[in-house]
Design a protein around this ligand. Structure first.
Ligand SMILES: Nc1ncnc2c1ncn2[C@@H]1O[C@H](COP(=O)(O)OP(=O)(O)O)[C@@H](O)[C@H]1O
Ligand SMILES: [Mg+2]
Length: 220
């Protein structure tokens, strides 16, 4: 479980302060799919980056697996980001001259790729319906297909937490729905906690867990 306790975040830009989060408390259940919903500017991305330890709260605590991220040393934070968290971004962030398999493997290139990892990359691509597009480059894929490659990439390290920031923000509704149907299918196979930020309510289903943000506060 991810326990968010009274989290405040003030972004400083020169002389001006932006209060992005104003005392947010909520719990994100382990192994579930949770949506963070809210209008633009409500603090969704800020909260997601704090959970991913890409940024630090101004006040409050984020507790992951019984440890406060604020107590991590610099190297523990690095390790957490590298091993425990998989990120999925709005703009896919694929590498243009690599095919689907190599894009999934790209984060591991510095350490060297094992044949098991390559096999698993192919399996993950098959699970997101990309088995026929293994040797395609990003510019040969639709936006929805590119995002499915990015999902496979985020899952290769078997992260305990997957964080997605507006993963369908650049997709039309058909591609967006497809990306979510694969995410949901994967959710039932893997044990990762998945947190998805979106302003688009239409992907949320009745039974989903939802944290609603408004003006930096939990609305519901
Ligand atoms: N790095 C930053 N520096 C200054 N202000 C920021 C920064 N990141 C976000 N903000 C501001 O914080 C508020 C919340 O932003 P954000 O978390 O990106 O909201 P959302 O993802 O819901 O659109 C906005 O007013 C935004 O302009
Ligand atoms: Mg955002």
């Amino acid at each position: 479980m991810i326990d968010i306790q009274g989290v405040t975040k003030v972004h400083k830009r020169g002389e001006t302060e932006v209060h992005a989060l104003r005392g947010v408390s909520c719990q994100i259940e382990k192994g579930a799919l949770t949506f963070i919903l809210g209008p633009s500017g409500s603090g969704k991305s800020t909260l997601l980056y704090l959970i991913g330890a890409l940024d630090e709260p101004t006040a409050g605590k984020i507790i992951v697996a019984d440890r406060s991220l604020g107590e991590f040393s610099e190297s523990e934070r690095d390790e957490y980001r590298r091993n425990d968290v998989g990120f999925i971004f709005q703009n896919f962030n694929l590498i243009g001259n690599l095919d689907s398999v190599d894009n999934v493997l790209a984060p591991f290139i510095p350490q060297g790729i094992s044949s098991e990892q390559r096999t698993r990359a192919v399996e993950l691509l098959e699970q997101v319906g990309m088995g026929e597009r293994l040797d395609h480059r990003p510019n040969q894929l639709s936006g929805g297909e590119q995002q499915r490659v990015a999902i496979a990439r985020a899952l290769l390290k078997q992260p305990s937490i997957v964080l997605a920031d507006e993963p369908t923000g650049e997709l039309d509704s058909e591609n967006g729905a497809e990306v979510f149907s694969y995410l949901r299918r994967l959710q039932s196979n893997i044990e990762s906690t998945i947190v998805v930020v979106t302003h688009d309510q239409s992907y949320v289903q009745e039974s989903d867990r939802v944290v609603r943000l408004k003006d930096g506060r939990v609305a519901e």
